[in-house]
Design a protein around this ligand. Structure first.
Ligand code: ACM
Ligand code: ZN
Length: 749
């Protein structure tokens, strides 16, 4: 009894404390990435001119940490008295191998205590203070935080070959990366569109291969793909001098960021071979993007370049690319074929692997480790290589199973060159669809791995390829706010990720990013509708959400415009056959968006059987044979599991089960020229009562040009008065091998 009484009392006190602290709690919930452990206290640290007391910190670290603290409290000064009021005590504890980035932070009204076992941990404690200070209206909320990252590797990749960006811009991004506790900058310095790092021994890499006589990558790529002399009046491009590189590396180091350079080989090397054609199989410029692996001069070149690179970058890892090498020239090259024979290699995969292994051996003489894109597994993986999985997760899984470390950067979740909102209203991107929510949903450690294998997944990285990203403002637009989601993938344990907590925080951080002069993509305030089709109960459950916060969604179902009086959306809406739902967003009792109309439809073919006279493709299967009549529309991404891909003609038969009156058939195709997805050349629709005698009810020819920019959706359907049991739907003629048609649904009304 006494125990219960005490418990009730304790609970009452705790509740009281909690309500006092709820302001602080709300602030702490806005931290990105969310710390591992927090205890919320009441009160704030409001000293504007704090003093900083260091304990066990080296002089050089002191200088750096004080500068970071001054970023939060501009008038902070060092003190030798640890008891002064308004003191920030910064203490470095003895080093421990398993706490290389963790920190403890205790904020009280009178002091802030920071403890960590490395300068990295101290830097992150200060970044947490910086965020708390930004997020609260006054002072730093009192809180106890004990924090550590989930993964050791938390990276961002930036392609500076397709377009070149300034040193100042890179430094600005490093600042933001550290603010979000990211610790690896993967600098994609060389590619077929331009070489970007000064190599003293090979000056033509930067007097020639770093310059193009075009305004941007698109003009280069769809033009003649030429380079030019730096002195050419038309020259556009640039490169980082070795002094620039040193400046960036040193700047990054102070923010606990390791800069990992990527020197691409043997593919994506057109620019090298234009400058030094003797390294290509044909010995002539503009004949190949792949270096000749059968030529010793190639090894001389690569090891010379890497020698200078290893001197410049303290990073343990050097990235050597290794992706997307075409074998065509190697197959026709006497030198390459000679090496295959002489070394007893089976094929061109092993030829590439031979090169990578030689490079790995060379790097190890410099005390460096090799990372490469997941193609480096093909043809045998070098014994100590680390794999960066980009073509899905398979490469990372295989590497981990072989006992190699792997970093997950799968295209479907972490390629930040994809659209983050409706392609119709976004600046042109390379394709794909990767909204913030999808980035956040990614889990880097595959379930299929054993515990031991899981330990080889050492981290995550987002990649930003910049074919379509000409300006620095546009780079920021593609990075943010998706970097916020990435930061939590890398830092937070899987069960600490929480979209409901994260989304309001991301909304708030957009204001901080703006304050930092970052041109972030803004979370759309349009309504996102999701349908759940219940075949059993023959109905659709329609739900709405909006990622912009805070807002109210109001709706009508009588065709009228929503007003402040209209129903407030708070739970999914059930629809039996069809409805017209109009929604809009309200903020402070005012409509702030255009009205959006949704027309959910439980159409007649849902759940009906579809047979394939020609199979769909084996990669984009969606839900297999159920896909075209499952009631689900595809979204902006062809890989979203609702779109089904066809790499030959479409030829399917839909069985309605009985003779049915048909007024309309709607079949939407996607077109997106970038990834080779096209509308059919023509469509024929047939009907039959018995499945044997068919009549053609519609022939439609496509009138949309193949090279139309952006993502298009078009209905190739039928309207009229018909009755039938079977519908045969055929779509014909893709323009080339490797191209696709995509359909999401055959809607029958
Ligand atoms: C890559 O996206 N080619 C690594
Ligand atoms: Zn060759």
């Amino acid at each position: 009894m006494k125990y219960i009484k005490n418990f009730v009392l304790l609970f009452a006190v705790a509740t009281l404390l909690l309500s006092c602290n709820s302001g602080n709690e709300r602030v702490v919930e806005l931290l990105i990435p969310q710390p591992a452990k927090t205890i919320i206290k009441s009160g704030r640290f409001t000293h504007d001119t704090p003093v900083v007391y260091f304990s066990n910190v080296s002089d050089s670290d002191k200088e750096n940490l004080l500068e970071l603290i001054k970023g939060v409290f501009p008038s902070a000064t060092e003190t030798l008295d640890s008891t002064e009021s308004g003191v920030i005590r910064v203490k470095q504890l003895p080093y421990s191998n398993n706490a290389t980035e963790s920190y403890d932070l205790c904020v009280s009204r009178s002091s802030i205590d920071i403890e960590a076992r490395t300068p990295a941990g101290l830097i992150y404690a200060i970044q947490t203070i910086a965020q708390l200070n930004y997020l609260s209206t006054r002072g730093v909320p009192c809180v106890i935080i004990s924090d550590a990252p989930r993964f050791a590797y938390r990276g961002i990749h930036l392609d500076v070959s397709r377009h070149f960006y300034s040193v100042e811009f890179i430094k600005k991004q490093l600042d933001v990366m550290s603010f979000y506790k990211m610790n690896r900058f993967h600098w994609h310095l060389t590619d077929g569109a331009g070489w970007r790092i000064e190599i003293k021994k090979y000056p033509r890499l930067t007097t020639f291969a770093a310059w193009r006589p075009y305004n941007n990558w698109k003009e280069f790529w769809f033009g003649e793909r030429l380079y030019c002399e730096q002195t050419d009046a038309k020259a556009k491009g640039g490169y980082y001098t070795q002094e620039d590189v040193k400046e960036i590396v040193a700047y990054a180091q102070k923010l606990n960021i390791t800069v990992i350079p990527e020197i691409e080989m043997p593919g994506h090397s057109d620019e090298v071979l234009a400058a030094y054609p003797e390294l290509s199989c044909k010995g002539k410029p503009y004949t190949s993007g792949e270096m000749c692996i059968g030529n010793e001069a190639t090894y001389k070149f690569l090891t010379d370049v890497l020698s200078e690179v290893c001197e410049l970058f303290p990073s343990e890892y050097i990235h050597i690319g290794g992706d997307e090498a075409d074998h065509k020239n190697w197959k026709e090259c006497a030198k390459c074929q000679g090496t295959i024979r002489a070394k007893g290699l089976k094929n061109e995969h092993e030829l590439q692997s031979y090169l990578i292994q030689r490079i790995e051996n060379f790097l190890s003489t410099k005390g460096k480790k090799l990372i490469g894109w997941d193609e480096i597994i093909e043809g045998g993986l070098s014994p100590y290589a680390t794999v960066m999985a980009w073509r899905g997760e398979a490469g990372g899984i295989k590497a981990a199973q072989m006992g190699h470390d792997a970093i997950m950067t799968p295209g479907n979740w972490l390629y930040f060159d994809a659209y983050q909102d409706n392609p119709a209203t976004e600046p042109e991107a390379i394709g794909g669809y990767l909204p913030l929510s999808r980035v956040y949903s990614y889990e880097p450690v595959p379930d299929s791995l054993s515990l031991e294998e899981k330990s080889h997944i050492i981290g995550v990285q987002a990649n930003l390829w910049t074919e379509y990203i000409q300006t620095e403002e546009h780079v920021e637009y593609m990075l943010y706010p998706r970097v916020l989601a990435l930061a939590e993938l890398g830092w937070c344990m899987a069960d600490a990720k929480d979209w409901e907590r994260f989304l309001p925080a991301a909304n708030r951080h957009l204001e901080i990013l703006k304050d930092k002069g970052i041109n972030a993509h803004q979370i759309s305030n349009s309504v996102i509708a999701e349908e759940v089709v219940d075949v059993e109960k023959q109905k659709i459950e329609l739900s709405f959400r909006c990622d912009k916060m805070p807002v109210d969604i109001r709706y009508t179902n009588d065709g009228s415009e929503p007003t402040i009086e209209s129903e407030l959306y708070n739970a999914p809406i059930s629809i039996k056959d069809s409805a017209i739902i109009k929604v809009a967003i309200f903020q402070n009792d005012e409509r702030i968006t255009e009205v959006q109309t949704f027309t959910p439809l439980y159409h007649k073919a849902i759940g009906k059987k579809v047979s394939y006279n020609i199979p769909h493709c084996s990669h984009y299967v969606a839900k297999g044979e159920a896909t075209l009549t499952d009631g689900y529309n595809g979204g902006a991404s062809y890989g979203d599991g609702s779109w089904q891909g066809f790499n030959k003609d479409v030829d399917v038969v839909l069985d309605m089960g009985e003779v049915t009156p048909i007024r309309e058939i709607e079949v939407n195709f996607m077109q997106q020229a970038g990834p080779w997805i096209w509308f059919p050349e023509y469509v024929d629709i047939y009907m039959s009562e018995d499945g044997e005698t068919w009549r053609n009810v519609k022939h439609i020819s496509n009138d949309v040009p193949r090279d139309t920019e952006g993502m298009l959706i078009k209905n190739f359907g039928f309207a009229g008065e018909e009755r039938c049991r079977y519908i045969r739907y055929t779509a014909h003629q893709l323009p080339k091998e490797g191209a696709y048609m995509f359909i999401d649904e055959i809607k029958v009304k």
